[in-house]
Design a binder for this molecule. Structure first.
Ligand SMILES: *Cc1c(COP(=O)(O)O)cnc(C)c1O
Length: 459
């Protein structure tokens, strides 16, 4: 498979470049030049596979000659052997909807599912190469932990994680900062997540710097993450017996990565009806999808910090589709966002968006209330992000098989859980030790020069 950038459709790239670079040199996002599409018959063949085998089938066509089928198969088995469930994820019934639990990996959030695979892709790629890569990534709380767990202790690769100081939960922070491995560096930036993400983007854009340190990215725009995430849409779709009724997914959304992975599954033939883009009070995507104004506002702190984002980076991939694959028109839209902080989606494009996507938004009280109601009625504790996904179905009128993506384990957000139901959500035994472990991180100003200096000193 060949890839292009959303900002230049004439140059073509292989999966290796797409994976290692993360972001294209022109600032655009990588996407496949064309997509294969599964037929009804193909889907039937995928239907009864175990998670790992399904992942092998779905992912292989995207990685081209990066590795053989046999190597990919080994890597997928290895990556998913660290999950607490044999089939990686679990689908449970909670009231009139299904909840897809994606948090049974080592750091208790859905990001493990893609990140464990990426960690092993790096190891495979760097094995026997005289090359050292430095991963630099911004996190709103969960990406960092998942990336550190996947990269720690691997040879020829360092990882630098930038998180917004005091704006992630202590459990989220401890899962990142208690790693003892020498190739792990945590930076607490005096700013919010968008500041962290902008610092990473600026470092990528600084070609002499990014070349010198051989910088690589694993944030949610990395295409390898998207393809790994599209697997669970297939898996859960197949688990739902009744294919007479349409299947809808509600996805707690920040960077538009996870929900884009679902949209990709639909594009390659999985007959999903609608996606609900579920947001917290940082509702830029809600406003974009319901009335066409993509208008950046200040980031508010909420009890669902992994969604405290105003710049939804993966949205550019959808804009490219809306612009009928015109790189020029995509650049125009992205420049408008960059310069004016605002982009108005025309009526025709908005209608197109609404074929696949609806959106709903929840305020803090609604999130707490959803956690409480679900607990009282069904004895299930949803984390605040998953609660936003769950409650989203109450705000739109969608009949059919409704599936909620549960993106994190409730114990990552104990304060919110306590506030909602007056209970302490316990860490699973395997992870309880992090609470008393020594933490290691450096607090640095929201200042590009200082961060670059720090990184250069450490490598
Ligand atoms: C990252 C994250 C999200 C948002 O996912 P995107 O791919 O950025 O839209 C939602 N919930 C949790 C728990 C997360 O960690």
């Amino acid at each position: 498979m060949n890839y292009i950038s959303t900002r230049n459709s004439s140059n073509s790239f292989k999966f290796k470049d797409v994976f290692i670079k993360g972001l294209a040199d022109d600032g655009g996002l990588f996407i496949p030049k064309s997509l294969h599409k599964y037929s009804q018959k193909d889907l039937l063949e995928l239907k009864n596979l175990e998670y790992k085998d399904l992942a092998k089938k779905i992912i292989y066509p995207f990685i081209g000659d990066f590795m053989s089928k046999v190597d990919l198969s080994k890597i997928i088995d290895k990556s998913y052997s660290v999950f607490r469930k044999k089939n990686v994820v679990e689908l449970i019934k909670v009231g009139d909807r299904s909840v897809l639990e994606l948090f049974h990996g080592p750091t208790l959030a859905f990001k493990d599912i893609a990140m464990q695979l990426l960690g092993n892709f790096y190891e495979y790629y760097l094995n026997n190469k005289n090359e050292k890569v430095n991963i630099v990534v911004a996190t709103s709380g969960d990406t960092g932990a998942a990336a550190i767990d996947a990269i720690k202790g691997k040879s020829n690769v360092n990882i630098f994680v930038l998180h917004p100081n005091n704006r992630i939960s202590p459990v989220q922070r401890k899962l990142m900062t208690t790693s003892k491995e020498k190739n792990v560096f945590n930076i607490a930036v005096e700013g919010n997540f968008d500041d962290c993400q902008n610092l990473v983007k600026a470092m990528f854009a600084d070609k002499p710097f990014s070349k010198e340190i051989k910088m690589s990215g694993v944030n949610s725009i990395n295409w390898a993450r998207i393809i790994a995430q599209s697997v669970y849409y297939f898996y859960s779709y197949f688990l739902i017996e009744d294919n007479e009724k349409p299947v809808n997914f509600s996805v707690p959304t920040g960077n538009f990565g996870d929900v884009y992975a679902g949209y990709l599954a639909k594009k390659i033939g999985l007959p999903i009806n609608k996606f609900i883009v579920a947001t917290n009070q940082n509702d830029i995507l809600y406003r974009a999808i319901s009335n066409g104004t993509y208008d950046i506002e200040n980031v508010l702190e909420t009890i669902s910090p992994s969604m405290d984002i105003q710049i939804a980076s993966n949205f550019e991939r959808l804009i490219y589709d809306l612009k009928n694959h015109s790189d020029e028109k995509t650049i125009e839209a992205m420049m408008s966002i960059k310069e004016k902080g605002k982009y108005i989606i025309d009526k025709e494009s908005l209608d197109k968006i609404n074929i696949d996507f609806l959106s709903s938004r929840m305020n803090e009280n609604e999130v707490l209330k959803t956690i409480k109601t679900v607990y009282k009625k069904f004895n299930i504790i949803l984390d605040p992000h998953s609660a936003i996904g769950y409650g989203a179905f109450d705000k739109v009128d969608l009949k059919g098989n409704n599936v909620v993506l549960a993106t994190a384990h409730p114990c990552k957000f104990p304060d919110a859980i306590e506030k909602a139901i007056n209970l302490k959500a316990e860490l699973p035994n395997e992870l309880a030790f992090v609470v008393d472990e020594k933490e290691n991180y450096d607090i640095i100003d929201n200042n590009l020069t200082k961060i670059k200096k720090y990184i250069k000193e450490k490598i």
